[in-house]
Each structure stands twice: as structure tokens, then as C-alpha cells.
Design a protein around this ligand. Structure first.
Ligand SMILES: NC(=O)c1ccc[n+]([C@@H]2O[C@H](COP(=O)([O-])OP(=O)(O)OC[C@H]3O[C@@H](n4cnc5c(N)ncnc54)[C@H](OP(=O)(O)O)[C@@H]3O)[C@@H](O)[C@H]2O)c1
Length: 322
């Protein structure tokens, strides 16, 4: 099968289109014929070993010391079940599905995933490309807002990076949870963020949110640009600063604020699971969450997609089509 491989860490130049052996599903696994995937910020971080401060060593331990252990990146997919292991009960050949692979592998014509993983039947109101654009940002923001941030109806939230993959679903999910949402992005993305339902939009190129006199119950920074000291005055008494791109120093603040401060810094790794993809599927099916695609690339142009992601200014998802 055709796959994009990453046989060393580095710039997008390390990516190669290769013919490799098709994987075989074990007894509790599914073989998916991939229709679409996305190059996520997670894929780009692993390819370039470009991780938040303090996490390089642990990333090498987890993903391969000198080169990626799994040469085929790709965390998300949509596609059709091509074969099932003999103990699979929930899915059958021909099912149209979408989800995430906790072991990459989706930048290929076929990927194998466990039945128990974050996979669900694709919403009928979504194309394969639209479906592949959803899981990474939606599952992460669901985890951050619902579980880490414990968002409540009526709360005020500021979302930085509102036009990115985490942001576009963060804005929609925060609205779904009943919050008053302010999205923050650059000028070019203001209308997109408004169209997602944000109550207000701040253009960070012209306006400094720390000087607008507002206080937020939650500030969700998906970019890694907002510090605790900078945002303290913009947080309510029990406000939470959620950091999706935290480095080691920010994790020390998570610890210290959990002990000594009413205002909290919160960060963590969003581990994707089956229950949450089912939640996302329902929200998409009922029209409460819509897919956003920034750009689309054929598999053979995955390198160009990585270059786009590396700009740090992609809009929502960079979808890869097979
Ligand atoms: N903790 C976890 O479990 C977890 C899970 C998934 C992802 N992440 C991390 O979350 C981060 C965001 O991921 P993503 O996929 O959403 O990234 P993304 O799609 O690349 O979005 C980045 C956003 O940042 C905005 N941006 C760039 N420079 C900015 C600046 N100076 N000020 C304000 N906004 C700026 C861009 O908007 P404009 O173009 O409008 O500037 C863009 O929308 C990544 O670092 C990723 O590694 C963490």
C-alpha cells in the first residue's frame, strides 16, 4: 500500500511516499481503508521533534530515540472497514467510520486500529473529508473544556487560537456547554470564528485582551502564547487558565496553583477514547458541531501539508485525501 513515511526526525523533507506492506488486523482490531486523514499539529510535532520546552527527552523515549518507532504518522482518519479480526463485534466490513489512532499510521491507504479505541460510525451528514477534520481538535477541546476546565453554563471563556484545530471545536463546544464565548485570532480569521457562534471576537493583532477590562472564568490558550502572570488580572476570582501547549515550567505552575492559588493553571494530555468520539459523533449528527477544513491535500502532497502546519497559522484542519 502507499504510505507517507518519516524515517528520521526533521523538516518536512524527511517525508517520503513509499510502498509498504499492508497491516493485518489482530483478533480485536479493524482494518480501515482510509478515505481521508489530516496532518495535525501532533503529527508535525513528532516529525520535527518540536515539542514544548522540557519534553524532548520523554518524547524520544516514547516515540523513538533516534527516529520515529512508527514511521507512518497520522493520528486521525475516516474510511471504510475493510476487514475485522475474529473477535470484533461492534463493526462489520463496509461500515463507514471515523476516529483517531493512538499509534499513528493513518497517512496510508490502510490503518489498523483496536475496536475498543476512539472510533465510531461516521455521521451521515458529513463527507469523509469533513469527518477526518473533526477528531483531533474536537476530542482535545472536549477533554480540556469539560474535564480539565469543568466549564459551566453562563461562564465567560476566552479562547486563544480560535481558528486553529482545537479552537474551531473549542468555540463550538463552549457554546454547546452554554458559555459566553470570546474567540481570539488574527484579522483574517475573525469572520470564521464569528460564524462558529462566538459571542465576541478579539483580533490579537490590534487588541490586547489584558487591557480590555474583561474578566473570564476560563482562558483556554491553544497556542502557547499566554502566561499566567500576564492573564491573572483577566481571570475571575476562581478563574482557570487552560494550557493546551504547556511546557515543563507551566506544569510546575499547575502544581503550585493547585496548592496555593484560587486561580488555577491547568494542563494535561488529552487521551482520546471511545466514549468521547461517541459524544462528538452525536453533536455532529445533530448539527451542534460542524467540521472546518482549512486546506486539502492529496496523500502525495503530505509534505506540503506539513509545511502548512509548520507555519503555526493553519486554519482548523489540513486534510489529506487518498
Ligand atoms: N495537551 C494535549 O493533549 C494536546 C492535544 C492536541 C494538541 N495540543 C497542542 O495544542 C496546540 C494547538 O494545536 P492546533 O492543532 O489547534 O494548532 P493550529 O491548528 O496550528 O492552531 C494554531 C492557531 O494559533 C494561532 N496563532 C498563531 N500565532 C498566534 C499568536 N501569536 N497569537 C495568537 N494566536 C496565534 C493561529 O491563528 P492565526 O492564524 O489567526 O494567528 C492558529 O489558529 C499545539 O501546540 C498542539 O501541540 C495539545
Amino acid at each position: 500500500m502507499k504510505a507517507i513515511t518519516t524515517r528520521q526526525y526533521g523538516t518536512p523533507d524527511v517525508l517520503t511516499l513509499e510502498d509498504i506492506a499492508q497491516p493485518n488486523p489482530k483478533s480485536k482490531e479493524l482494518l480501515i481503508k482510509v478515505s481521508a486523514s489530516a496532518v495535525t499539529s501532533g503529527d508535525a510535532r513528532i516529525r520535527g521533534l518540536n515539542v514544548p520546552f522540557g519534553f524532548k527527552f520523554i518524547t524520544r523515549l516514547l516515540f523513538g530515540f533516534n527516529k520515529p518507532k512508527q514511521p507512518v504518522l497520522g493520528t486521525v482518519f475516516s474510511g471504510v472497514v475493510a476487514a475485522t479480526g475474529n473477535e470484533v463485534t461492534e463493526f462489520k466490513e463496509g461500515d463507514e467510520v471515523f476516529g483517531a489512532s493512538n499509534n499513528f499510521g493513518s497517512h496510508a491507504e490502510y490503518v489498523v486500529v483496536p475496536e475498543s479505541g476512539p472510533i465510531a460510525i461516521k455521521p451521515a451528514n458529513c463527507s469523509f473529508n469533513e469527518a477526518a477534520a473533526i477528531p483531533f481538535g474536537a476530542l482535545t477541546s472536549l477533554k480540556y473544556l469539560r474535564d480539565f476546565g469543568k466549564i459551566k453554563a453562563g461562564e465567560k471563556i476566552l479562547i486563544n487560537g480560535a481558528s486553529g484545530a482545537l479552537g474551531v471545536y473549542g468555540v463550538q463546544l463552549a457554546k454547546y456547554f452554554g458559555a459566553h464565548v470570546t474567540g481570539m485570532c488574527s484579522t483574517a480569521n475573525v469572520s470564521l470564528v464569528k460564524s462558529l457562534g462566538a459571542d465576541a471576537v478579539i483580533d490579537y493583532t490590534t487588541t490586547d485582551f489584558t487591557k480590555n477590562g474583561e474578566a473570564y472564568d476560563i482562558i483556554y490558550d491553544t497556542v502557547g502564547k499566554i502566561t499566567f502572570s500576564q492573564s491573572k488580572k483577566s481571570l475571575t476570582k476562581n478563574g482557570r487558565l487552560l494550557l493546551a501547549a504547556a511546557g515543563l515550567p507551566q506544569y510546575f505552575q499547575v502544581l503550585s496553583t493547585s496548592l496555593f492559588s484560587k486561580k488555577k493553571v491547568i494542563a494535561g494530555v488529552a487521551v482520546f477514547n471511545k466514549k468521547d468520539i461517541a459524544v462528538i459523533k452525536e453533536l455532529v449528527s445533530s448539527g451542534k458541531l460542524r467540521s472546518v477544513i482549512g486546506k486539502q491535500f492529496p496523500l502525495s502532497e503530505t509534505k506540503e501539508a506539513h509545511i502548512y502546519v509548520d507555519t503555526g497559522h493553519k486554519v482548523a484542519s489540513a486534510v489529506i485525501t487518498m
